[in-house]
Ligand binder design. Structure first.
Ligand code: HMG
Ligand code: MG
Length: 301
């Protein structure tokens, strides 16, 4: 068995992937407070919103206001999702320093999520990448449906590798592999990652698990064994995807931190501060946390 990484970077996606799927449109000032609390936890990357169509995802319609108001802590990156040139214009206007483009390994999901084919999406990203490069903006790339699609079922590892490599070749500095509907299991995760790693070094890969079937931590462990040291997660296990019915939240940041802490893997993130941010957003949303670690810590306190 391979060694585990000594440290892991957590990419907190709660304010975007989490809040985009809540029925409640969280008021701007509460989003800002949530992100400001997260900024004090030691996180290095906090996804702050999405410049997508407000008709498609009304929960993210105030991203420009949120981005303008948050306390941008030195050393912390606040990427936002950008699906096309229109979104890139908004990102430039807002002054963002990092964006994320998002593609899929499933043709049907691509159509349902961004209203174009997989190839068309890559064509849309090319001018976005050029503008980003000209303006010194870093670009992360997502691949959705890496371990299953809500419309097509099984997805071949080769299809994942193809999309991931296309994004990487285009200039994305990191590719986040998304188990959008949380159907993945450990052996499938390993097979998929080994296929992607044929073309992309694990240093340029991240994993993004939704926890629908409770498999996320097991899958993350496999990703660590495969040399991947960047993990996406959402405080409180917020999240889902409006175009992937039945998908539950991202793996909870608190649960990932508890596991990594127990393994002696450094993250620089204070689990108590994340749990406090989770309580704050839970009160705003009016529902309890999905994080087992957060519940256990609260019971002990
Ligand atoms: P479309 O309807 O095909 O776009 O949507 P269009 O170019 O035909 O334009 C239609 C209208 O939308 C126009 O306005 C445009 O101006 C406007 P109108 O003239 O009708 O008033 N428009 C925009 N407005 C604001 N920002 C923009 C923008 N672009 C066009 N950027 C589009 C295509 C891509 C825009 C749409 O499908 C969309 O916004 N999709 C986003 C869906 C989304 O955000 N999904 C969730 C994020 S992905 C995810 O969660 C997965 C991930 O977590 C990883 C994983 O778990 O796997 C990342
Ligand atoms: Mg997601």
């Amino acid at each position: 068995m391979s060694a585990y990484p000594k440290s892991v970077r957590i990419v907190e996606v709660g304010p975007r992937d989490g809040l985009q799927n809540e029925l409640m449109v969280v008021p701007t000032d509460k989003k800002v407070q949530f992100i400001d609390m997260l900024s004090e936890s030691g996180l290095q990357t906090i996804e702050a919103g999405a410049f997508v169509s407000p008709k498609w995802v009304p929960q993210m319609a105030d991203t420009d206001k949120v981005y303008a108001a948050i306390n941008k802590k030195a050393g912390v990156s606040y990427p936002v999702l950008v699906p096309n040139e229109r979104g890139m214009e908004s990102a430039l206007k807002a002054g963002v320093k990092e964006i994320a483009v998002f593609a899929a390994a499933s043709e049907t999901f691509s159509k349902k999520n961004i209203n174009c084919s997989m190839d068309e999406s890559l064509d849309r990203f090319r001018p976005v990448m050029e503008t980003a490069k000209r303006n010194g903006i870093k670009v992360r790339g997502y691949v959705s449906c890496v371990l299953g699609c809500p419309y097509e079922g099984e997805i071949k590892p080769e299809a994942v590798a193809k999309t991931a490599t296309a994004l990487h070749d285009m200039g994305c500095y990191e590719i986040s592999l998304g188990d959008t509907i949380g159907t993945g299991t450990p052996v499938k995760t390993r097979t998929m990652l080994q296929e992607v790693k044929k073309d992309i070094s694990p240093a340029a890969l991240a994993v993004h698990f939704h926890d629908t079937y409770g498999q996320a931590l097991a899958n993350i462990l496999v990703a660590l064994e495969e040399g991947i040291a960047v993990v996406d997660s959402a405080t409180s296990g917020l999240g889902g995807c409006p175009y992937a019915q039945g998908a539950s939240g991202n793996v909870a940041t608190e649960d990932v931190l508890y596991m990594l802490g127990g393994m002696g893997i450094a993250t620089g993130v204070d689990i108590a501060k994340i749990a406090a941010a989770g309580r704050f957003i839970g009160e705003t949303l009016g529902h309890a946390t999905s994080s087992k670690a957060a519940k256990a810590l609260a019971a002990k306190a």
